[in-house]
Structure formats: structure tokens, C-alpha cells
Design a binder for this molecule. Structure first.
Ligand SMILES: [Ca+2]
Ligand SMILES: [Ca+2]
Length: 378
């Protein structure tokens, strides 16, 4: 403050001398901090010639002829045109690139649960999707295995995600708790990349069935299916029923076929099966996303609008869709399973239903917004 005042008075004095009668009208706010590098050694005499006082110099560096100082616009302009000055830059602000917490995480009470020491540790979550970029800085330590149903070279690697969809879904479940990127709902859960959709995001029921079979055989606790089709299939239902009977909790996107008024029955498969939890998408105001499918099969709601998560090549992006809502529920289920490991998949499902926050019309929201802390405290 002292320096600021002294600069103020110095400037008033300078302007008074330069423009008699106009000095007091000048604002001191045009004094800014600069970094100045000299051609050759720092020349304080040159600075003095431009009216720079010793107290205006904040720091003189040792290894380069650079000074950090305060200058008026006029001084800065004058110095920048001087041949003894190599560079003159305004001192730019900088901050730590920290981790951002996507809005959906506190919205499903994930943050409160994390504070109580529960983070999905030891729970296995299969992501049946386009694969997961295992080299992603915010995912790699949590990706513990994978499998691809494809044989062709472009799609046979479950850790190659040419679409980005699966990597985004995986981040919502379990992006790592570190000082970068985002944070998953169950940030310590084990992720498994089960590639049943190709790099274009397309697949078939045969592939989904193989992914479900792999998940049962490999002891998955939770299967997230941010995918589906509009065709009913008794055989795909048999696969879902089998996995459910084997203790796997199956969570799926309800679908993005909703109508603006939110009427009609347009939930997709496998979400529509009794053995699979159908997840609808809401926004930050707990309003149903207009694309979110509706119908009696809608079971629970979760954030699915402007969801920030991981994308391949250390990227991050915001996506919309019931595909983004489903992994919030998978993450909450992982938190509950870690905390109440004695519960069966059926019991976890019932707990999520009974503790959900009621949001209204059941065919749009099901039991309502999934709530992790309320489920754990029940
Ligand atoms: Ca992170
Ligand atoms: Ca269902």
C-alpha cells in the first residue's frame, strides 16, 4: 500500500509538471507491474531517466538481466521503444491447474461420501462401451483390465477408444482424485474396459451379450451400459437376467429418445429389462433433459447435461446424454457397495430406489435423483 501511494504521488507530481493543471485528473490505476529484460546488464540509470524510482523496482533477478517493477503506461511505452530494452511485458497472472469437480459429483452426494472416507475402493466396474483410453492421465491408475469383442485390428484393443464415449463414461465413474482434470463419483473404483462398441460407437446385441458374459466370468460387481437399441430381444434379456442372478448390478442409459413434453414409452434395451436399472438424465435444476427417454421402465435419475469428464489423449470435454447419467448411478452403487459390502446387488438396487430424491412424474424420473450419502446412511 505504501508503494502504491508513493507511486500515486510521484505520478501526480510528474503529470503536474508535464501538464500543469491536469495532474489531479490522472488516475493512478494506469500503474501496472511489468517484467523488463535488458540487452546487456540492467541499467538502473536508464530506468531513472524514465522516472522509475528505486521503490518502483520490486525485484531484480540474478541470472538474467530482468527486473520486476511498476511502471505507468507512459513509462512502459517509452521504455519499450528504447534500444537497451530487449523485452517489456506486463506481468501476467498464473494459477495452479487444479482438479475441477464436475457438478454431478456433489449433486449425487458423492462429495459428502468421499469426506467420510468412502470412494469405491475395491469395487469392480465394467464399462461396456467404446473402450477406455488407459493412458489417460486421470484414469490410468484405475483401469485394471479389459476385453474387446472385436477381432479387427482397429477395434481389438479395449484400451483404444476411437470414439471418446467410453473414456468419458469411465471418467464419470472413476476419474482419479489428484491435482488435475476431473473427479469421478467413485474415484478409487477399479475400471474394466469392455469394448462392445467400435470406434464409431456402433455395436450389436451379440457384442453386448459377450460383454455381459465376460463381466460375469471375471467377477464384475457393476456393469455400466451407456448404450442400447430399440429392438426387443429375448436372448439379450436372458443374458441380463443371468448376470443379475449371478450378483452383478446392471446399470444402463434409459435412452435419448425422449420427447419434449416427456410423454410416451421410449426406453431402450437393455435398460427396459427388469434385471437392468434404467437411468434418466436431469440438468443442474433437477429438470429432466428433454432428450431423456420416458416410460414405466425409467427407474432412477442422475446428472446428464453438461457433464465434464475425460476424453482420449488427456482431453476433457462436456457431453450430454443418458449415457452420462448412467455412470453417475454406477459410481454411487460402487460407493454403496464399498461401504455395505454385505449387501447383494438386489439390496443395493432397492437402497438406491428408496433413498432417491423424489423429482415428480415417475415415467420421467423414476424414483428420482440418486443420492449416495442417504443410501449409505440408511
Ligand atoms: Ca482428477
Ligand atoms: Ca429396467
Amino acid at each position: 500500500m505504501k508503494r502504491f501511494l508513493s507511486v500515486f504521488f510521484t505520478l501526480v507530481l510528474l503529470f503536474s509538471l508535464a501538464f500543469p493543471g491536469a495532474g489531479l485528473a490522472q488516475s493512478p490505476l494506469n500503474v501496472k507491474e511489468y517484467l523488463v529484460q535488458f540487452n546487456g546488464p540492467v541499467d538502473k540509470g536508464l530506468l531513472k531517466a524514465f522516472g522509475v524510482k528505486d521503490q518502483d523496482i520490486i525485484y531484480q533477478y540474478n541470472l538474467l538481466p530482468v527486473v520486476h517493477l511498476e511502471l505507468s503506461d507512459k513509462q512502459a511505452k517509452g521504455l519499450s521503444n528504447n534500444p537497451h530494452i530487449k523485452y517489456l511485458e506486463e506481468n501476467a497472472s498464473a494459477e495452479a491447474f487444479g482438479q475441477s469437480v464436475p457438478w454431478g459429483v456433489p449433486h449425487v452426494q458423492g462429495t459428502s461420501v468421499h469426506s467420510s472416507g468412502v470412494n469405491g475402493n475395491g469395487v469392480k466396474v465394467a464399462i461396456l462401451d467404446t473402450g477406455i483410453d488407459r493412458s489417460h492421465e486421470d484414469l490410468s491408475v484405475n483401469v485394471k483390465g479389459g476385453f474387446s469383442v472385436f477381432d479387427d485390428a482397429a477395434n481389438s484393443d479395449p484400451y483404444y477408444d476411437g470414439s471418446g464415449h467410453g473414456t468419458h463414461v469411465a471418467g464419470t465413474v472413476a476419474a482419479v482424485n489428484n491435482d488435475l482434470g476431473v473427479l469421478g463419483v467413485a474415484y478409487n473404483a477399479d475400471l474394466y474396459a469392455v469394448k462392445v462398441l467400435n470406434n464409431d460407437g456402433s455395436g450389436s446385441y451379440a457384442g453386448i451379450a459377450r460383454g455381459i458374459e465376460w463381466s460375469v466370468q471375471n467377477g464384475m460387481d457393476i456393469v455400466n451400459m451407456s448404450l442400447g437399441g430399440s429392438t426387443s430381444s429375448q436372448i439379450l434379456e436372458e443374458w441380463s437376467d443371468l448376470a443379475y442372478a449371478e450378483g452383478v448390478l446392471l446399470i444402463a442409459a434409459a435412452g435419448n429418445s425422449g420427447t419434449r413434453p416427456g410423454r410416451g414409452d421410449n426406453v431402450g434395451y437393455p435398460a427396459k429389462y427388469d434385471s437392468v436399472v434404467a437411468v434418466a438424465a436431469i440438468d443442474q435444476n433437477n429438470q429432466r433433459a428433454t432428450f431423456s427417454s420416458t416410460g414405466p421402465a425409467v427407474e432412477i435419475s442422475a446428472p446428464g447435461v453438461s457433464i465434464l469428464s475425460t476424453t482420449p489423449n488427456n482431453g476433457y470435454a462436456s457431453y450430454n446424454g443418458t449415457s452420462m447419467a448412467s455412470p453417475h448411478v454406477a459410481g454411487v452403487a460402487a460407493l454403496v457397495l464399498e461401504n455395505k459390502s454385505h449387501l447383494t446387488n438386489v439390496e443395493v438396487r432397492e437402497l438406491l430406489q428408496t433413498t432417491a430424491q423424489n423429482l415428480g412424474t415417475a415415467t420421467q424420473y423414476g424414483y428420482g435423483l440418486v443420492q449416495a450419502m442417504d443410501a449409505i446412511n440408511q
